[in-house]
Ligand binder design. Structure first.
Ligand code: C5P
Length: 294
């Protein structure tokens, strides 16, 4: 049996810098891996022809081509011309769904890494990232992990000074947000973005390279907050709750509605997460990290 961790990500910075003619958005994002993760389990048996069977602990997720982990496996096997394996995959979900934490992309990335490892690493990490970009804009980052500046539609990665091992509380309440819906709300507000002034992305890198976690509070940014908070007011409530319970900064992640808070004390983070859970809200105390290696 093979195992691979699929880590969630948070966006320390997320802004739109333009809109392409195909409707996709050019982004500037600073992504950070956290150790909240799903686990991919795989069993690979010899067979006359290749079949993929996927199971998932979250009953509401499809287990066919609609699932990004399934598509990742199918893409790897077909591009590597592997025609003789019976692949049994299981995804143990811990990352909330449609939450802005990159759970689906993390699962797909972990499947690619796991299969590459099993078949003696025919692809470099860069080649795996190119394969991942065919599956979704956040998949390349989930392959690399750590702390990265992500540009293009999310697939152009530059590793940056990492946010060392800090305590993070990730929390989500109520319905998820679909990524296309969130981008459509931005389009409604900003049209083709020609008059939009992006936020300054460089303060965040100065804060990271100076190891100045307190300066993060003045430099984190997420363009989606303004369009998602009105339709998911619980996200705004969670942000205020985190800030009034010891977080040095708090912000929505991705297209929401998850919110994360960074804490200087593990104990405070643990108490805050427990208090949110008592209110019936999903909340996990975790840590910023490099990608978890199983
Ligand atoms: O790449 P991914 O499948 O995660 O994207 C989901 C949807 O989000 C896309 O179909 C597109 O509508 C939107 N999107 C976008 N610009 C990006 C990334 C995603 O408009 N950079």
């Amino acid at each position: 049996m093979l195992y691979e961790a699929a880590n969630a990500k948070i966006n320390l910075f997320l802004d739109v810098t333009g809109r392409r003619s195909d409707g996709y958005h050019e982004l500037h994002s600073c992504m950070q891996t956290v150790d909240l993760c799903d686990t991919i389990r795989a069993e690979i048996l010899p067979a006359k022809e290749t079949t993929i069977r996927l199971t998932c602990s979250a009953g509401q997720l499809p287990v066919d081509e609609r699932n990004l982990a399934y598509r990742a496996a199918a893409l790897f096997l077909s591009e590597q011309k592997i025609t003789d394996c019976d692949l049994r995959l299981h995804v143990e979900k811990r990352i909330p769904l449609s939450a802005g934490l990159g759970g689906g992309s993390a699962d797909a990335a972990a499947v690619l890494r796991l299969l590459n490892r099993y078949y003696d690493s025919p692809l470099t990490e860069q080649q795996l990232c190119l394969m991942g970009a065919k599956l979704g804009a956040d998949v390349p980052f989930c392959i690399t992990g750590g702390t990265c500046r992500c540009e293009g539609v999310g697939e152009v990665l530059t590793p940056v000074s990492c946010l060392p091992d800090y305590s993070v509380v990730v929390a989500k309440d109520g319905d998820g947000v679909s990524t296309p819906q969130a981008f459509a709300l931005l389009d409604e507000k900003y049209g083709d973005f020609s008059g939009y002034e992006p936020a300054d992305p460089f303060a965040i890198y100065a804060a990271l390279s100076g190891g100045d976690v307190r300066a993060l509070s003045n430099s984190i940014f997420n363009v989606f907050e303004d369009v998602i908070f009105p339709i998911r007011p619980r996200a705004n409530y969670i942000k205020d709750f985190l800030l009034s319970h010891g977080a040095i900064c708090a912000q929505m992640s991705g297209s929401g509605p998850s919110v994360f808070g960074i804490f200087l004390s593990d104990a405070r983070a643990g108490v805050c997460a427990a208090e949110l859970r008592r209110q019936g809200i999903f909340a996990a105390a975790c840590r910023t990290t490099e990608r978890t290696k199983e």
